[in-house]
Ligand binder design. Structure first.
Ligand code: SF4
Length: 486
């Protein structure tokens, strides 16, 4: 979900995922504790706020707070969330948009009952719908697009049954969305017709769960049933017995976000039947095939580059694979860095090279992405200072040349180092002996799908939606400088 606010720079560099969602319907226990654990498993998808809304058959209960899941809830909060059905949400981190009005799940009461929504994604026509609803008297309390979906759905629920109301809303909203919704004590899951964001159904001992990633289902000891199909509505039975599915919209082609596989999702998650870890290893192998360079040692940027580097080293046969960069695990995923100097220091805070691994040797560093180039420059400099003779950099994705309008915080086009410069120019800027990226074709091959079923907007500038015609405020995704894969 997008807030439309102007987030302040937070940390190094790298795109940040905007949210993780869950929804549960159980038969023998309250949903709050398993929802809490599931959100823990999805913490990497959002660290700004966390929330759970449950329903006990009579009324909703909610606890939504800023911060990490572990900080947002205490035991009393969980105990206060009665009821066997519930939905939950973790939201992305940005220093500038710390604002509880945008924390989720978003709740609304209306003549037809109660609604709660958790949203991962970004609508490209939220402004237009907001204006229309505003004209007929809807009052909004946040500037987020999730509230727009909530109001539109509430309006449709007054005139139609659940499935028809959802269909009407789907016909109105354009953009990316994986939603868990609770209407009364009924939990729904909805995935946009392009399948841009992931959403998966799992079976637990005593009920069913919907989650952004299968790792959340594994955490609860459940088993994956299947992905929610693009354009499909899933309605969990209130008693946890099963679910009904309705294919409300069907498209010839989809637009799965390739960055989920490259960067956002946990490596142990399975998205659309594909294990993310295996995709990353295969991307590493292809990286060697496309641009392998003679080297003494291959090193990942921890932790994000590890799977790529192991695939690369395997394909390179006989080349040493080593952890030459040690990560300080106690530096938080985000911390405020108001100045460039502070941003540069952040790399030293997080990483330290092992001198004996690199001294006097040709080193290849593998990472998953370069956004602004600041981190890469620092990394190369660290490794050179530790005595490396040559430093080559290989990236397991194509160059990021354009922003994302589907719910991911990238840098602005002006900040994207690859928007105007090719790999050789960038190699010079980051002081690497060589730099190479992976091709678009290799990405599609590794994911195991046709290129036409992937969104690769941030590397091609071609989006699955006609952004201008949809009237998107291009300012929506203003920069958040994210984790940078460190
Ligand atoms: S533009 Fe990039 S990050 Fe955004 S949805 Fe498409 S592939 Fe994913």
């Amino acid at each position: 979900m997008s807030s439309g606010r102007d987030p302040a720079p937070a940390i190094d560099e790298g795109p940040t995922e905007k949210c993780g969602v869950v929804g549960l319907s159980l038969s023998e226990r309250d949903a709050a504790l398993p929802a809490y654990y599931a959100l823990y498993a999805l913490q990497h998808r959002g660290q700004e706020s966390a929330g759970i809304v449950t329903h006990d058959g009579f009324q909703q209960h909610q606890h939504i707070a800023m911060g990490l899941v572990g900080d947002a809830f205490d035991e009393g909060d969980i105990e206060g969330l009665a009821g066997p059905t519930g939905i939950g949400h973790v939201r992305y981190p940005t220093a500038g948009s710390i604002d509880e009005s945008n924390a989720q799940p978003f709740t609304v009461s209306f003549k037809g009952g109660s609604l709660a929504l958790s949203h991962n994604g970004n609508l490209v026509n939220a402004g237009e719908i907001r204006d229309e609803l505003g004209d007929i008297g809807h009052a909004f309390t946040s500037d987020g697009d999730t509230e727009v979906i909530a109001h539109d759905l509430a309006r449709n629920l007054l005139e139609a049954d659940l499935v028809r109301a959802v269909k009407r809303t789907m016909d109105r909203i354009h953009g990316s969305y994986a939603l868990t919704i609770m209407h009364g004590d009924t939990v729904l899951g909805l995935r946009d017709p392009e399948g841009n964001r992931p959403l998966v159904i799992g079976e637990l001992e005593d009920g069913y769960i919907l989650a952004s990633e299968s790792a959340a289902i594994d955490t609860l000891g459940g088993s994956v049933v299947r992905d929610v199909n693009p354009g499909e509505l899933v309605v969990l039975d209130e008693n946890g017995d099963g679910f009904d599915a309705y294919q409300l919209v069907e498209r010839d082609r989809h637009a799965h976000c390739f960055f989920e596989y490259v960067y956002f999702a946990r490596p142990d998650s399975v998205i659309d039947d594909t294990l993310v870890y295996e995709v990353r290893r295969d991307l590493g192998r292809k990286l060697w095939e496309e641009s392998g360079v003679d080297t003494d040692v291959v090193m990942p940027v921890p932790d994000s580059g590890r799977a790529f580097a192991s695939g690369y080293a395997e394909a390179a046969e006989g080349v040493e694979f080593a952890e030459g960069l040690m990560k300080n695990r106690y530096v938080g995923r985000t911390f405020i860095m108001p100045t460039q100097e502070a941003r540069e220091r952040a790399v030293r805070l997080k990483l330290n090279p092992i001198r004996s691994t690199v001294e006097g040797r040709t080193v290849t560093i593998i990472d998953d992405s370069i956004v602004r180039g600041t981190t890469s420059r620092q990394l190369v400099s660290l490794v050179r200072e530790a005595g490396a003779e040559e430093v080559h950099v290989r990236i397991g994705a194509p160059p990021i040349t354009a922003p994302c309008y589907m719910g991911i915080n990238m840098a602005t086009r002006e900040e994207l180092i690859a928007a105007e410069q090719d790999a050789d120019d960038i190699a010079e800027i980051i002081d690497a002996d060589s730099l190479a990226y992976l091709s678009n074709e290799a990405v599609a091959e590794a994911i195991g799908t046709d290129r036409s079923n992937l969104c690769m907007g941030c590397v091609t500038g071609e989006y699955p939606y006609d952004i201008d015609d949809e009237g998107t405020d291009r300012e929506v995704n203003r920069p958040v400088i994210g984790d940078g894969g460190l």
